[in-house]
Design a protein around this ligand. Structure first.
Ligand code: MN
Ligand code: MN
Length: 302
């Protein structure tokens, strides 16, 4: 491959992440069902990723109805998948930091089926279109056009994104609408493509609410030894990738480390990402996979 592209070793790690993601996708249908507890579903997905030889690139997201992105159940969350709902499962696999980011929508009300189809078809069209040299906005236009065919609306402030090793959002985004984004897509770059779709009367934008997915913000200002211990663990273990409290307190550290966790939050060493909810509370579908951009097309990592 040309300079600036991926080495053979990097390529292999991306492909392995993709193969694991594909196996997880195949097994999702067994567990994503009405009445099932969302915490158990997310823990199963994260467990499968590890069993298959990868690591979760972020806590498994489960978005019910108007919840579009960035929701993961907190510790002890007893929510179950409601009847007649539309559910997005979004999970990431990494192998040595090389990430495959994926999402699938499940529909338990036939009235939402067209949203799922629109999201899947928009992803398919964008995947067929993407190649080195295009602008990000060209892909946005393809996605917007495909979604319009089904009479629905893109969620315009959620986007796909370029990824790099241990980095989920590596600067460049891939919009879901025609836009002024003039960034060029280059050979060897890795992108998550992820159309989000809502009903025609929906706002087509999102608002933020409190979340349970965290990021490392800074390392300074910690007083307690336990807080320092937890912070060092987060740094070493996730290397800048997002994480969940339930992975750390009551898992790697005993429950009495809860005070250390609270200190990290109070000192703003760690911070939650907001849950993103459709602004008019309209149902949302999403379809996502990850691609390596090639000169004449792409390779799907799933
Ligand atoms: Mn995702
Ligand atoms: Mn993504």
């Amino acid at each position: 491959m040309t300079s600036g592209a991926l080495s053979g070793q990097e390529y292999e790690k991306y492909r392995m992440a993709g193969r694991i993601a594909s196996k997880v996708k195949d097994r999702l249908r067994e567990i994503v069902r009405e009445g099932e507890p969302v915490l158990e579903i997310c823990e199963r997905v994260e467990g499968w990723i590890v069993e298959l030889g990868g690591r979760p690139a972020f806590p498994c997201n489960i978005g019910i109805n108007e919840v579009a992105a960035h929701f993961t159940p907190g510790p002890g969350d007893e929510t179950r998948i409601p009847e007649n709902s539309i559910v997005k499962l979004d999970f990431g696999v990494h192998v040595d930091g090389y990430i495959s980011d994926n999402a699938v929508t499940y529909v338990f009300d036939p009235r939402y089926e067209y949203l799922r189809i629109a999201a899947d078809e928009a992803l398919r069209s964008a995947t067929e279109a993407i190649r080195a040299g295009l602008r990000a906005s060209d892909i946005g236009a393809v996605i917007e056009r495909e979604i319009a065919k089904y009479g629905c609306k893109p969620v315009r402030d959620l986007t796909g994104h370029k990824m790099e090793r241990y980095t989920i959002h590596a600067g460049k985004s891939l919009p879901n609408v025609r836009s002024i984004n003039g960034n060029r897509i280059l050979e060897g770059e890795v992108y998550a493509i992820e159309p989000f779709v809502t009903i025609p009367s929906g706002a087509g934008t999102v608002v933020g609410r409190d979340g349970q997915i965290y990021r490392l913000v800074k390392e300074k200002g910690v007083k307690g030894d336990r807080a320092r211990e937890v912070l060092d663990f987060i740094k070493r273990e996730y290397r800048g990738l997002p994480f969940a409290q339930r992975w750390i307190i009551g898992a790697h550290f005993p429950m009495d480390y809860m005070g250390a966790w609270r200190e990290l939050l109070e000192k703003r060493c760690i911070a939650p990402y907001p849950v993103l909810v459709e602004a008019s509370n309209s149902p949302v579908a999403q379809s996502e996979h990850t691609v390596i951009v090639l000169r004449d097309g792409c390779e799907v990592l799933a």
